[in-house]
Write a protein that binds this ligand. Structure first.
Ligand code: ASP
Length: 415
């Protein structure tokens, strides 16, 4: 049944690309008649995100039974996220240098102005973490604020103990209900994915892609290398899980991320894939995945690094080593501040360009293929979150085993 779903999703993707290519002369038809199925699917998944994240995070904290364990999972996940993101952007920059991503690109004669919303500063992002009104945070779907509130709330339940038991049951029941609904929605995934991919292919046929093909190829290559070598070896060495099994298990989530371009939107699916197909503990997924969908964006970091180099090369600007290191630093931070929604990475690219003194107009160049780049990077972003969940699960499992062994030793010694 699980395999069937992956297969059906794959078929839907292939069929979507083919139908999209056929509809290139008539993208309006794809927009009005096929896209609505995709939008419907997307809305269905979005419907679950806020209650799922709140309920499963609160339940996850309660399930840990001890706040120190939350700290231990939190630090491991955060260190993994930061290290892999730093590596990802470095890899992107190296490949962009070696393959000369911007070489041979002729700036189109048309105007180079594009309206991009201003990027918030890093300090504003950090200050905004604490919700002044949790209900507003939930209503607006502000993920970072919801995470902070849910962690506090769950910790509060642990501290209060018995009198708060009913509240704990309410949230664990809500989380179960949301998982069930996610399962139902996933049955629609092949139709939804078909509806999402057709209009993208119809509107971005070869004519749009060709001039910027090199940029897309370098971003895709860096992402593929990151997946195969970095995640592949970390999964094998630290997660003790075969990459083959891992990718088979998470394929539905990768496909949803690819077509929706939203890490946050993919969250219910990634939680389900990790728990049901990979056997990752709920207390790990419920914390590591929402956090990852909000702050861990390896694909976005690669995109920002490669795009910055592309813009510099197209405008004939030579970047010295310190400037390239600056890109690594700012792209790592900017990707952390990027929201898990479509197009957010392009807004945060401004931050990277600004801090390196590169022309902001360059964004207009990469904007032409933004959707395609967003699909690639979101797929990588979500894969990184799930790799982290599998690895932290193994570490935590080992901790539990250690504690158990120690406990058994003490018992034996006492006897
Ligand atoms: N769309 C990406 C995501 O949801 C964020 C980005 O635009 O880079 O992960």
């Amino acid at each position: 049944m699980k395999m069937n779903l992956s297969l059906r999703i794959l078929l839907a993707l292939v069929a979507g690309v083919m139908v999209g290519l056929l509809l290139q002369d008539n993208p309006a038809f794809a927009d009005s008649w096929i896209k609505p199925f995709g939008t419907l699917f997307l809305n269905c998944i979005k419907l679950i995100i806020v209650p799922l994240v709140l309920a499963s995070l609160v339940t996850g904290v309660c399930g840990l039974g001890d706040i120190r364990r939350l700290g231990s999972i939190g630090w491991k996940a955060f260190a993994f996220y930061l290290a892999t993101t730093g590596f990802a952007v470095t890899l992107g920059i190296v490949l962009a240098n070696v393959l000369q991503v911007g070489a041979g690109f002729v700036i189109p004669a048309g105007d180079l102005t594009v309206q991009v919303k201003t990027a918030p500063s890093i300090s504003a992002v950090l200050l905004n973490i604490i919700p002044t009104n949790p209900i507003q945070a939930l209503a607006e779907g502000n993920m970072l604020q919801i995470i902070v509130f849910a962690l506090l709330f769950g910790t509060g339940i642990l501290a209060v103990g018995e009198p708060a038991r009913t509240v704990e049951h309410f949230f664990s029941g809500t989380a179960e209900i949301m998982y069930k609904i996610t399962g139902w929605i996933m049955l629609l995934a092949p139709f939804g994915i078909f509806g999402l991919i057709v209009p993208v292919v119809a509107a971005n046929g070869p004519a749009v892609l060709l001039p910027l093909l090199k940029l897309i190829m370098v971003a895709a290559l860096a992402s593929a290398v990151h997946v195969v070598f970095v995640y592949g070896s970390l999964l094998r060495l630290l997660g003790k899980v075969s990459p083959r099994r891992f990718f088979k298990a998470i394929f539905p989530a990768m496909a949803v991320a690819f077509t929706t371009s939203s890490s946050a939107g993919t969250l219910p699916v990634s939680m389900r894939c990790c728990e049901e197909n990979l056997g990752v503990n709920k207390s790990v997924t419920s914390f590591v995945l929402p956090l990852g969908a909000t702050i861990n964006m390896d694909g976005t970091a690669i995109y920002q690094g490669v795009s910055a180099l592309f813009i510099a090369q197209v405008f004939g600007i030579d970047l010295d080593l310190s400037q390239q290191l600056m890109i690594i630093l700012t792209a790592t931070l900017a990707s952390i501040g990027t929201a898990g929604v479509p197009g957010a990475g392009m807004i945060m690219l401004m931050l990277v360009l600004q801090s390196t003194g590169l022309p902001l107009e360059g964004i207009a160049l990469v904007a032409g293929v933004e959707r395609i780049l967003d699909m690639i990077r979101t797929c990588l972003n979500v894969t990184g979150d799930m790799a982290c969940a599998a690895i932290v699960n193994q570490w935590e499992g080992a901790d539990v085993a250690d504690t158990q062994a120690q406990h058994n030793r003490v018992q034996t010694e006492q006897i």
